[in-house]
Design a protein around this ligand. Structure first.
Ligand code: NAP
Length: 247
Protein backbone atom coordinates (compact mmCIF):
# COMPACT_ATOMS: atom_id res chain seq x y z
CA UNK A 1 0.00 0.00 0.00
CA UNK A 2 1.32 3.43 -0.84
CA UNK A 3 1.56 6.09 1.82
CA UNK A 4 0.83 9.11 -0.38
CA UNK A 5 -2.46 7.99 -1.86
CA UNK A 6 -4.71 4.99 -2.14
CA UNK A 7 -4.06 4.42 -5.82
CA UNK A 8 -1.52 1.94 -7.07
CA UNK A 9 1.37 3.63 -8.85
CA UNK A 10 2.48 2.86 -12.41
CA UNK A 11 5.58 4.11 -14.24
CA UNK A 12 5.30 4.04 -18.03
CA UNK A 13 8.54 4.75 -19.90
CA UNK A 14 8.32 6.55 -23.24
CA UNK A 15 4.77 7.63 -22.52
CA UNK A 16 4.77 11.04 -24.21
CA UNK A 17 3.30 9.59 -27.41
CA UNK A 18 2.51 6.40 -29.33
CA UNK A 19 1.81 3.17 -27.47
CA UNK A 20 3.19 4.50 -24.18
CA UNK A 21 0.73 7.40 -24.14
CA UNK A 22 -2.18 5.01 -24.77
CA UNK A 23 -0.91 2.74 -21.97
CA UNK A 24 -0.68 5.69 -19.57
CA UNK A 25 -4.23 6.77 -20.47
CA UNK A 26 -5.58 3.26 -19.99
CA UNK A 27 -3.82 2.68 -16.67
CA UNK A 28 -5.05 6.06 -15.41
CA UNK A 29 -8.60 5.06 -16.43
CA UNK A 30 -8.08 1.79 -14.52
CA UNK A 31 -7.32 3.81 -11.38
CA UNK A 32 -3.52 3.91 -11.32
CA UNK A 33 -1.58 7.05 -10.43
CA UNK A 34 0.72 7.30 -13.45
CA UNK A 35 4.25 8.61 -13.95
CA UNK A 36 4.61 9.55 -17.61
CA UNK A 37 8.25 9.29 -18.62
CA UNK A 38 9.70 10.99 -21.67
CA UNK A 39 13.15 11.87 -23.00
CA UNK A 40 12.56 14.95 -25.14
CA UNK A 41 8.83 15.42 -25.89
CA UNK A 42 8.06 17.62 -22.87
CA UNK A 43 5.11 19.39 -24.52
CA UNK A 44 3.35 16.14 -25.35
CA UNK A 45 4.01 14.65 -21.91
CA UNK A 46 2.74 17.80 -20.17
CA UNK A 47 -0.39 17.87 -22.36
CA UNK A 48 -1.10 14.23 -21.52
CA UNK A 49 -0.70 14.95 -17.79
CA UNK A 50 -3.01 17.98 -18.07
CA UNK A 51 -5.68 15.90 -19.82
CA UNK A 52 -5.49 13.08 -17.29
CA UNK A 53 -5.51 15.46 -14.33
CA UNK A 54 -8.53 17.29 -15.75
CA UNK A 55 -10.30 13.92 -15.97
CA UNK A 56 -9.65 13.33 -12.26
CA UNK A 57 -6.62 11.04 -12.51
CA UNK A 58 -3.28 11.44 -10.74
CA UNK A 59 -0.43 11.86 -13.21
CA UNK A 60 3.01 13.45 -13.38
CA UNK A 61 5.50 13.87 -16.23
CA UNK A 62 9.07 12.76 -15.51
CA UNK A 63 11.93 13.55 -17.87
CA UNK A 64 14.52 10.76 -17.93
CA UNK A 65 16.61 9.15 -20.63
CA UNK A 66 16.13 5.48 -19.80
CA UNK A 67 19.59 4.66 -21.15
CA UNK A 68 21.09 6.76 -18.33
CA UNK A 69 21.16 4.97 -14.96
CA UNK A 70 21.24 8.22 -12.95
CA UNK A 71 18.18 9.51 -14.83
CA UNK A 72 16.34 6.26 -14.11
CA UNK A 73 17.21 6.45 -10.41
CA UNK A 74 15.88 10.02 -10.32
CA UNK A 75 12.72 8.93 -12.16
CA UNK A 76 11.94 6.39 -9.43
CA UNK A 77 12.80 8.93 -6.68
CA UNK A 78 10.52 11.61 -8.14
CA UNK A 79 7.72 9.08 -8.63
CA UNK A 80 8.05 7.87 -5.03
CA UNK A 81 8.05 11.43 -3.68
CA UNK A 82 5.08 12.62 -5.73
CA UNK A 83 2.90 9.52 -6.14
CA UNK A 84 4.23 6.77 -3.85
CA UNK A 85 6.14 3.52 -4.18
CA UNK A 86 5.88 1.86 -7.58
CA UNK A 87 3.53 -1.09 -8.15
CA UNK A 88 3.68 -1.37 -11.94
CA UNK A 89 6.59 -0.74 -14.33
CA UNK A 90 5.91 -0.65 -18.07
CA UNK A 91 9.15 -0.66 -20.07
CA UNK A 92 7.72 0.80 -23.27
CA UNK A 93 10.45 3.28 -24.38
CA UNK A 94 12.15 2.08 -27.53
CA UNK A 95 13.54 3.10 -30.90
CA UNK A 96 13.61 1.46 -34.32
CA UNK A 97 15.54 2.30 -37.46
CA UNK A 98 15.62 -0.39 -40.12
CA UNK A 99 19.00 -0.65 -41.86
CA UNK A 100 20.72 -3.71 -43.33
CA UNK A 101 23.22 -5.06 -40.82
CA UNK A 102 26.16 -4.41 -43.16
CA UNK A 103 25.20 -0.72 -43.44
CA UNK A 104 24.55 -0.13 -39.72
CA UNK A 105 26.77 2.53 -38.18
CA UNK A 106 28.42 2.13 -34.80
CA UNK A 107 26.32 5.08 -33.60
CA UNK A 108 23.00 3.50 -34.61
CA UNK A 109 24.01 0.15 -33.09
CA UNK A 110 24.92 1.87 -29.80
CA UNK A 111 21.82 4.07 -29.71
CA UNK A 112 19.45 1.15 -30.35
CA UNK A 113 21.09 -1.09 -27.75
CA UNK A 114 21.43 1.77 -25.24
CA UNK A 115 17.73 2.67 -25.31
CA UNK A 116 16.08 -0.70 -25.95
CA UNK A 117 18.38 -2.96 -23.89
CA UNK A 118 20.29 -0.80 -21.40
CA UNK A 119 17.13 1.26 -20.85
CA UNK A 120 15.17 -1.85 -19.90
CA UNK A 121 18.10 -3.14 -17.81
CA UNK A 122 18.35 0.18 -15.93
CA UNK A 123 14.68 0.24 -14.97
CA UNK A 124 14.56 -3.47 -14.07
CA UNK A 125 17.61 -3.13 -11.80
CA UNK A 126 16.11 -0.10 -10.09
CA UNK A 127 12.70 -1.78 -9.85
CA UNK A 128 14.17 -4.78 -8.03
CA UNK A 129 15.15 -2.57 -5.11
CA UNK A 130 12.22 -0.18 -5.15
CA UNK A 131 8.98 -1.84 -6.29
CA UNK A 132 6.26 -2.97 -3.95
CA UNK A 133 5.89 -6.72 -3.53
CA UNK A 134 2.92 -8.00 -5.51
CA UNK A 135 3.73 -5.67 -8.42
CA UNK A 136 3.77 -6.13 -12.16
CA UNK A 137 6.48 -5.52 -14.75
CA UNK A 138 5.61 -5.37 -18.46
CA UNK A 139 8.49 -5.23 -20.95
CA UNK A 140 8.26 -4.52 -24.68
CA UNK A 141 9.45 -6.97 -27.31
CA UNK A 142 8.21 -7.04 -30.93
CA UNK A 143 6.62 -9.50 -33.33
CA UNK A 144 9.41 -8.56 -35.79
CA UNK A 145 11.53 -11.00 -33.81
CA UNK A 146 9.38 -13.82 -35.25
CA UNK A 147 9.42 -12.46 -38.83
CA UNK A 148 13.19 -12.11 -39.44
CA UNK A 149 12.69 -9.43 -42.10
CA UNK A 150 15.77 -7.84 -43.69
CA UNK A 151 16.73 -4.56 -42.00
CA UNK A 152 15.63 -5.63 -38.53
CA UNK A 153 18.81 -7.39 -37.32
CA UNK A 154 19.88 -4.80 -34.74
CA UNK A 155 16.35 -4.02 -33.51
CA UNK A 156 15.44 -7.71 -33.26
CA UNK A 157 18.66 -8.40 -31.36
CA UNK A 158 17.65 -5.77 -28.79
CA UNK A 159 14.19 -7.29 -28.43
CA UNK A 160 15.69 -10.80 -28.07
CA UNK A 161 17.68 -9.38 -25.15
CA UNK A 162 14.49 -7.93 -23.64
CA UNK A 163 12.79 -11.33 -23.91
CA UNK A 164 15.80 -12.94 -22.19
CA UNK A 165 15.58 -10.38 -19.35
CA UNK A 166 11.87 -11.14 -19.02
CA UNK A 167 12.29 -14.89 -18.61
CA UNK A 168 15.21 -14.70 -16.17
CA UNK A 169 14.02 -11.73 -14.10
CA UNK A 170 10.65 -13.40 -13.49
CA UNK A 171 12.60 -16.18 -11.74
CA UNK A 172 14.99 -13.87 -9.91
CA UNK A 173 12.02 -12.13 -8.24
CA UNK A 174 10.91 -15.39 -6.61
CA UNK A 175 9.29 -14.66 -3.25
CA UNK A 176 8.26 -11.08 -4.11
CA UNK A 177 4.99 -11.98 -5.88
CA UNK A 178 6.03 -9.68 -8.74
CA UNK A 179 5.26 -10.91 -12.25
CA UNK A 180 7.48 -10.08 -15.23
CA UNK A 181 6.02 -10.45 -18.70
CA UNK A 182 6.49 -8.87 -22.11
CA UNK A 183 4.13 -7.84 -24.84
CA UNK A 184 5.34 -8.29 -28.43
CA UNK A 185 3.21 -6.08 -30.71
CA UNK A 186 2.86 -6.46 -34.45
CA UNK A 187 2.74 -3.30 -36.60
CA UNK A 188 1.04 -0.47 -34.70
CA UNK A 189 0.18 2.88 -36.29
CA UNK A 190 2.66 5.10 -34.44
CA UNK A 191 5.51 7.25 -35.69
CA UNK A 192 7.99 4.46 -34.85
CA UNK A 193 6.30 2.24 -37.44
CA UNK A 194 4.98 4.79 -39.96
CA UNK A 195 7.97 7.13 -40.34
CA UNK A 196 10.06 6.44 -43.43
CA UNK A 197 7.61 3.98 -45.03
CA UNK A 198 5.73 4.53 -48.29
CA UNK A 199 1.91 4.20 -48.35
CA UNK A 200 2.36 0.97 -50.29
CA UNK A 201 4.69 -0.48 -47.64
CA UNK A 202 2.24 0.51 -44.90
CA UNK A 203 -0.66 -1.13 -46.79
CA UNK A 204 1.38 -4.30 -47.24
CA UNK A 205 1.97 -4.50 -43.49
CA UNK A 206 -1.71 -3.81 -42.84
CA UNK A 207 -2.70 -6.78 -45.04
CA UNK A 208 -0.36 -9.24 -43.31
CA UNK A 209 -2.41 -10.25 -40.22
CA UNK A 210 -5.58 -12.29 -40.79
CA UNK A 211 -7.45 -9.48 -39.04
CA UNK A 212 -6.35 -7.29 -42.00
CA UNK A 213 -5.48 -3.98 -40.36
CA UNK A 214 -2.70 -2.21 -38.54
CA UNK A 215 -2.88 -2.32 -34.78
CA UNK A 216 -3.73 0.85 -32.87
CA UNK A 217 -1.96 1.94 -29.67
CA UNK A 218 -5.15 1.10 -27.71
CA UNK A 219 -4.92 -2.54 -28.92
CA UNK A 220 -1.65 -2.82 -27.02
CA UNK A 221 -2.76 -0.68 -24.07
CA UNK A 222 -5.51 -3.18 -23.31
CA UNK A 223 -3.00 -6.06 -23.30
CA UNK A 224 -0.70 -4.11 -20.99
CA UNK A 225 -3.68 -3.30 -18.75
CA UNK A 226 -4.36 -7.04 -18.45
CA UNK A 227 -0.71 -7.83 -17.65
CA UNK A 228 -0.60 -4.92 -15.16
CA UNK A 229 -3.85 -5.85 -13.45
CA UNK A 230 -5.21 -8.40 -11.01
CA UNK A 231 -6.54 -10.81 -13.65
CA UNK A 232 -3.05 -11.76 -14.93
CA UNK A 233 -1.80 -12.92 -11.53
CA UNK A 234 -0.92 -16.43 -12.70
CA UNK A 235 0.83 -15.27 -15.91
CA UNK A 236 4.57 -14.90 -15.29
CA UNK A 237 7.72 -14.97 -17.41
CA UNK A 238 5.71 -14.98 -20.65
CA UNK A 239 5.91 -13.15 -23.98
CA UNK A 240 2.43 -12.23 -25.24
CA UNK A 241 2.30 -11.51 -28.99
CA UNK A 242 -0.46 -9.03 -29.86
CA UNK A 243 -0.51 -8.73 -33.63
CA UNK A 244 -3.88 -9.71 -35.09
CA UNK A 245 -2.59 -13.22 -35.80
CA UNK A 246 0.42 -12.17 -37.88
CA UNK A 247 2.84 -14.64 -36.28
P1 NAP B 1 7.03 5.93 -30.65
O1 NAP B 1 5.69 6.36 -31.11
O2 NAP B 1 8.24 6.30 -31.45
O3 NAP B 1 7.22 6.47 -29.15
C1 NAP B 1 8.42 6.17 -28.47
C2 NAP B 1 8.37 6.73 -27.08
O4 NAP B 1 9.62 6.38 -26.45
C3 NAP B 1 8.26 8.24 -27.04
O5 NAP B 1 7.42 8.62 -25.97
C4 NAP B 1 9.69 8.68 -26.76
O6 NAP B 1 9.74 9.88 -26.01
C5 NAP B 1 10.19 7.54 -25.89
N1 NAP B 1 11.64 7.43 -25.86
C6 NAP B 1 12.50 7.27 -26.90
N2 NAP B 1 13.76 7.22 -26.43
C7 NAP B 1 13.70 7.35 -25.08
C8 NAP B 1 14.65 7.37 -24.04
N3 NAP B 1 15.96 7.27 -24.29
N4 NAP B 1 14.22 7.52 -22.75
C9 NAP B 1 12.90 7.65 -22.49
N5 NAP B 1 11.95 7.63 -23.44
C10 NAP B 1 12.34 7.48 -24.72
O7 NAP B 1 7.11 4.35 -30.47
P2 NAP B 1 5.94 3.26 -30.26
O8 NAP B 1 5.56 2.73 -31.58
O9 NAP B 1 4.91 3.79 -29.36
O10 NAP B 1 6.77 2.09 -29.54
C11 NAP B 1 6.68 1.81 -28.16
C12 NAP B 1 7.31 0.44 -27.90
O11 NAP B 1 6.63 -0.55 -28.66
C13 NAP B 1 8.79 0.34 -28.31
O12 NAP B 1 9.49 -0.42 -27.35
C14 NAP B 1 8.74 -0.41 -29.63
O13 NAP B 1 9.93 -1.12 -29.90
C15 NAP B 1 7.57 -1.33 -29.37
N6 NAP B 1 6.91 -1.83 -30.60
C16 NAP B 1 6.30 -0.96 -31.47
C17 NAP B 1 5.71 -1.47 -32.62
C18 NAP B 1 5.03 -0.56 -33.63
O14 NAP B 1 4.69 -1.04 -34.70
N7 NAP B 1 4.81 0.71 -33.34
C19 NAP B 1 5.73 -2.84 -32.87
C20 NAP B 1 6.36 -3.69 -31.97
C21 NAP B 1 6.95 -3.16 -30.84
P3 NAP B 1 10.50 11.20 -26.55
O15 NAP B 1 9.78 11.65 -27.78
O16 NAP B 1 10.40 12.14 -25.41
O17 NAP B 1 11.91 10.76 -26.85
Amino acid sequence: MNTLNNAQVAVVTGASRGIGAAVAQRLAKDGFAVAINYASSAGEADALVAGLTAAGAQAIAVKADVSNADDVRRMFEITEQQLGKVDVLVNNAGVLKTVPLADTSDALYSQTFDINVRGTFNTLREAAARMNDGGRIVNFSSTTLALNMPGYAIYNATKAAVEAFTHVFAKELRGRNITVNAVAPGPIATSLFLDGKTDEQIQNFAKMPPLQRLGQPEDIASVVAFLAGADSGWVNGQILRANGGLA
